[in-house]
Design a binder for this molecule. Structure first.
Ligand code: SAM
Ligand code: SF4
Length: 325
C-alpha cells in the first residue's frame, strides 16, 4: 500500500500521455505553446507502463489517462490494453475533449477502458467555439453519443466562466440529466497560461444558478474525490462540484500525477516534481520505485488556491495541459 508523508493512502495515478492538443481552450492553452516537448523526450508507452506496473503492484487501483488531448497520441488503445491486461480490475478512465471520440470510442472500449470524462463547456456552437477557439461542438456531441452507444460510462466536466457560459449551467445539467450522465462543475483555477481576462465562478455562484430551477440537497464528498455531490430533490439526479478554492478535499487526497516526459508530480498546485525517465529508460525498476517513495514522502498537505492568492509565487508554473488537470 502507498502511504504519503501525511498518512494518506495513495491509490490513484493520473497519467498525461501528451501535452499537445487540438483545442486552444482559453482557460488552459489559449496560445499554442512557444515550443512543445520534443517527441523524443516523451516516454514511450512501454516506458510509461513500466512505471505504472510498479505503481499498480504497490497499490494503485485507479488510473486516469489525460493530457493535453490523450486521443492525439497514436496507438492509445494499445497502451490501455497493456494496463487492462496487467489488472482487469483496475478502474481505468480517461479525460478527453471528445472531439476524436466518434472514431475512437469502440477501440477504447475494446481495449478495456471503462469510463470517460468529457469536457463540455457549452451547448451553443458559438460559445463552445469561443472557449476552444475552434468550431468543436457538433463533433464533441457526436463523440458523447458514440461513447454512450458503445457502453462507456460517461461523466461531463464543465468550467463555468463569468460572462461566457455562466448562463448555461442549468442547460448542461439538464442535458447530462436527460442523457444519463453525471455532470461535474469545476471552479476555474487561476494559472499563468490561461487568458488573464477570464473570471471563474465560485462554487456558491454555480449552485445559486442551479437553485434558480431546482431544490438541491448536499450529499457530501464521494470518497477521496475532489467532487462534492448534490442531489436534485425534484428528480433524484446527482451532480458534482469541484471547488479547489476550498481545500477540504486535500485531507483525503489520494492521487499523484505522471507526465508524458516522466515527471511525477505530488500536487497540481506546486511546481515540485521528480523524474522517473532515466530509470525507466534503463529498465531500473528499483530506481523508479525509490522516486515514487520520495514523491509520496514529499507530497504537500494542501493546495493554496484562494481568491487572495492569485499572484502566489508558489502556484505551479506548469500548465494544466502538461499536468493533465
Ligand atoms: N484535453 C482533455 C480535456 O479537456 O478534457 C484532458 C486534459 S484537460 C487539461 C483536463 C481537465 O482540466 C478538463 O476537464 C478541463 O476542463 C480542466 N481544466 C483545464 N484548465 C483548467 C482551469 N484553468 N481550471 C479548471 N479546470 C481546468
Ligand atoms: Fe486541450 Fe483539454 Fe486544455 Fe482544452 S482543456 S486546451 S481540450 S488540454
Amino acid at each position: 500500500m502507498l502511504i504519503d508523508g501525511h498518512g494518506r493512502k495513495v491509490n490513484y495515478l493520473r497519467v498525461s500521455v501528451t501535452e499537445r492538443c487540438n483545442f486552444r481552450c482559453q482557460y488552459c492553452m489559449p496560445e499554442k505553446p512557444f515550443s512543445w516537448v520534443p517527441k523524443e523526450n516523451l516516454l514511450s508507452f512501454e516506458e510509461l507502463f513500466m512505471f505504472i506496473k510498479v505503481a499498480m503492484d504497490e497499490g494503485v487501483d485507479k488510473i486516469r489517462i489525460t493530457g493535453g488531448e490523450p486521443l492525439l497520441r497514436e496507438d492509445l488503445d494499445s497502451f490501455i490494453k497493456m494496463i487492462n491486461d496487467h489488472n482487469p480490475d483496475v478502474d481505468l478512465a480517461m479525460t478527453t475533449n471528445g472531439f476524436l471520440l466518434p472514431e475512437a470510442s469502440q477501440r477504447l472500449k475494446d481495449a478495456g477502458l471503462k469510463r470517460l470524462n468529457i469536457s463540455l463547456d457549452s451547448l451553443k456552437a458559438d460559445v463552445a467555439a469561443k472557449i476552444a477557439q475552434k468550431d468543436v461542438l457538433p463533433q464533441v456531441l457526436k463523440g458523447i453519443d458514440k461513447a454512450l452507444e458503445v457502453g462507456l460510462k460517461v461523466k461531463l466536466n464543465m468550467v463555468p466562466l463569468k460572462g461566457i457560459n455562466d448562463d448555461e449551467i442549468v442547460d448542461i445539467l439538464d442535458y447530462a440529466q436527460q442523457n444519463g450522465m453525471k455532470v461535474r462543475f469545476i471552479e476555474y483555477m487561476e494559472n499563468r497560461h490561461a487568458d488573464q481576462s477570464l473570471r471563474g465562478m465560485h462554487g456558491k455562484e454555480i449552485l445559486a444558478k442551479v437553485k434558480e430551477k431546482y431544490t438541491i440537497r448536499a450529499l457530501g464528498r464521494e470518497g477521496a474525490s475532489p467532487s462534492f455531490n448534490y442531489i436534485i430533490e425534484e428528480t433524484g439526479y446527482e451532480f458534482g462540484l469541484i471547488d479547489p478554492h476550498k481545500h477540504d478535499f486535500c485531507e483525503s487526497c489520494n492521487r499523484i500525477r505522471l507526465t508524458a516526459e516522466g515527471f511525477l508530480i505530488p500536487c497540481l498546485y506546486f511546481d515540485e516534481a521528480m523524474s522517473i525517465a532515466d530509470h525507466v529508460k534503463k529498465g531500473d525498476i528499483e530506481g523508479a520505485s525509490q522516486v515514487l517513495a520520495q514523491v509520496l514522502k514529499d507530497k504537500p498537505k494542501e493546495n493554496r488556491w484562494s481568491d487572495e492568492n492569485t499572484d502566489d509565487e508558489d502556484i505551479s508554473s506548469r500548465a494544466f495541459y502538461e499536468t493533465g488537470g
